[in-house]
Design a protein around this ligand. Structure first.
Ligand code: ADP
Ligand code: ADP
Length: 226
């Protein structure tokens, strides 16, 4: 677990209008922070700068108190869940979840232990030997989630992970994600343009508009304002 601190973060693509302007935001250790705003307001850009997939034009990004502006993505020990969660169709659920551990050359015994723990948490234990094509949409989404959390990352970053799901499944997954985050207590930044997700999922909500951070507060405080 690690706090994420942004200090006067600016991102300019080329010489255009800045996509992110002087954003300062402190995500506390173990906190579930929602980043909300309309399409094009800079949410993904900000998330990509946390993960290290995008250079920061100016300002400082700190993870666990350490400046990471120049730290490569794979050295940040963060886990990102994308909107398009491609599973490997030819691998079993077990191997799909195990994938990041295999990449990291984790010993077999530990892979077994961690995949089984993760599967239990996500209620996938009975499906470990199946291929993704034999699973329901919700189960596939949980496998993708399992793959993201199987490594003991310092923080989770979600980029609109539910936007491709139908309304019913989205509702189920919302409950699931919030339960999981509370159970694991891992610092989380969750990007969405969906007001319902913003209101129900997180501890605090940060509202971004045209690259500028407009408000930060509890969902209650923000949405009860006149
Ligand atoms: P959001 O995630 O809120 O939809 P983005 O972070 O994707 O917003 O985009 C913020 C702004 O930056 C938009 O104006 C977008 O067009 C621009 N932008 C995003 N990525 C790039 C890029 N790789 N090159 C140039 N402009 C970009
Ligand atoms: P099962 O173990 O249930 O028989 P299959 O091996 O038939 O599962 O594969 C399940 C799905 O994965 C199918 O849609 C199949 O097309 C796909 N698949 C199987 N093997 C591969 C592979 N090597 N590369 C890509 N997709 C594969």
């Amino acid at each position: 677990m690690a706090a994420i601190t942004m200090k006067n973060i600016v991102k300019r693509y080329g010489d255009g209008f800045p996509a992110v302007q002087e954003v300062s935001l402190d995500v506390r250790d173990g906190e579930f922070m929602i980043l909300v705003g309309p399409s094009g307001c800079g949410k993904s850009t900000l998330l990509r700068m946390i993960v290290g997939l995008e250079d920061i034009t100016s300002g400082e990004m700190l993870i666990g108190g350490k400046v990471v502006n120049k730290v490569a993505p794979r050295e940040r020990n963060l886990s990102m869940v994308f909107q398009n969660y491609a599973l490997y169709p030819h691998l079993t659920v077990f191997e799909n979840i195990a994938f990041p551990l295999r990449l990291a050359k984790t010993p077999n015994e530990e892979v077994n232990r961690r995949v089984k723990e993760t599967a239990e948490l996500l209620e996938l234990t009975e499906h470990l030997d199946r291929k993704p094509s034999h699973l329901s949409g919700g189960q596939r989404q949980r496998v993708a989630m399992g793959r993201a959390i199987v490594r003991e990352a310092d923080a989770f970053l979600f980029d609109e992970p539910l936007s491709n799901l139908d309304a019913k499944l989205r509702g189920q997954m919302r409950t699931e994600i919030s339960r999981l985050q509370r159970r694991l207590g891992v610092t989380t930044v969750y990007v969405t343009h969906d007001q319902t997700e913003a209101m129900t999922l997180g501890d605090r909500v940060a509202v971004l508009r045209k690259g500028v951070l407009q408000q930060v507060g509890s969902p209650r405080a923000l949405y009860e304002e006149p």
